[in-house]
Design a protein around this ligand. Structure first.
Ligand code: FAD
Length: 252
């Protein structure tokens, strides 16, 4: 169980950032679904609830997903469905249960860069950007590869353009962590293919016009954990990529 010495609900991102960087153990809270499982001794817990980051906003050219948007909002957003089909719904609907997804946030899910992340896999299949309060805006693939820094994830920025997209995952049991995840998007003949739960941080595995599922698999590293061996993951990877490509082909 984690402990919190002091609780802060700042009224600006600047106030939140000053508090975050004031001491090593000061921590931003998302939905606390992951944090609560750890044993961190948090100095000041910084709650972003008052900053209006719990919305999915159409800005005209882009769609901004605030850090405090819940996974359930991702799953049910009509705005996201119109642009990216069922990508987000399919990516998050297998995560634990509805009550859990009502609480877990996009900010916590992306900032965490978990090696099993469905959310990161889905975002990497789109030319998404991450807006960080201190560092500024970086591409999702750069963010995924970055070392952990003390910063505040404000929002995810997506192009407001229609993509054909598909999300595939392999789970041995519904609601368990995935054994492998794969997302594909296509627009103007350019495919973006991401693979996650290898079990390492998801990565953008391919971007181009002529994806070859086996060649993409051959370019990736896989590891073993208690759920599956590296060898098993390597075997099912081209299957998931092909299924996603077929689905994308069908919805174009
Ligand atoms: C039992 C269980 C099963 C799960 N299964 C899956 C699964 O199958 N697939 C999947 O993709 N995910 C899964 N997850 C992860 C889950 O979906 C969330 O990603 C996770 O709970 C973190 O989200 P949160 O909002 O609860 O973040 P928190 O737990 O509040 O925070 C997580 C980390 O992010 C930091 N943080 C939070 N918000 C911000 C921000 N705005 N800026 C900077 N840092 C921030 C926190 O300081 C902390 O270090 C699972 C989690 C649990 C506990």
């Amino acid at each position: 169980m984690y402990t919190i010495r002091q609780f802060l609900c700042p009224s600006s991102l600047e106030e939140a950032y000053q508090a975050l960087t004031a001491a090593r153990n000061n921590t931003v809270l998302g939905g606390c679904m992951w944090l609560r499982l750890g044993r961190r001794a948090i100095g000041t817990a910084i709650d972003l609830s008052a900053l209006g980051l719990d919305r999915i906003t159409d800005t005209g050219d882009t769609i901004e997903i605030g850090a405090m948007v819940s996974l359930r909002q991702l799953e049910t957003s009509e705005l996201l469905r119109q642009q990216y089909g069922t990508l987000f719904r399919d990516a998050v609907s297998g995560i634990v249960g509805t009550q859990f997804r009502n609480t877990a946030t996009v900010g916590g899910s992306v900032y965490g860069r978990f090696g099993f992340s469905d959310v990161l896999t889905a975002l990497l299949a789109l030319p998404a950007q991450v807006r960080l309060y201190h560092r500024g805006t970086v591409s999702i693939e750069d963010f995924a590869a970055m070392p952990y820094e003390k910063d505040i994830l404000e929002c995810i920025i997506l192009p407001k353009q229609a993509y054909a997209a598909s999300y595939q995952h392999m789970r041995f049991q519904a609601t368990d962590f995935p054994v492998l995840t794969c997302a594909v998007s296509c627009r103007d003949g350019i495919h973006r293919i991401s693979v996650g739960a290898r079990p390492q941080k998801a990565c953008l595995a391919y971007q181009g016009q002529a994806p070859d599922a086996q060649a993409i698999t051959d370019s990736l590293n896989f590891s073993s954990n208690m759920r599956a061996s590296a060898e098993y993951r390597r075997k099912i990877c081209p299957v998931l990529i092909r299924r996603a490509l077929e689905e994308v082909q069908a919805c174009r």
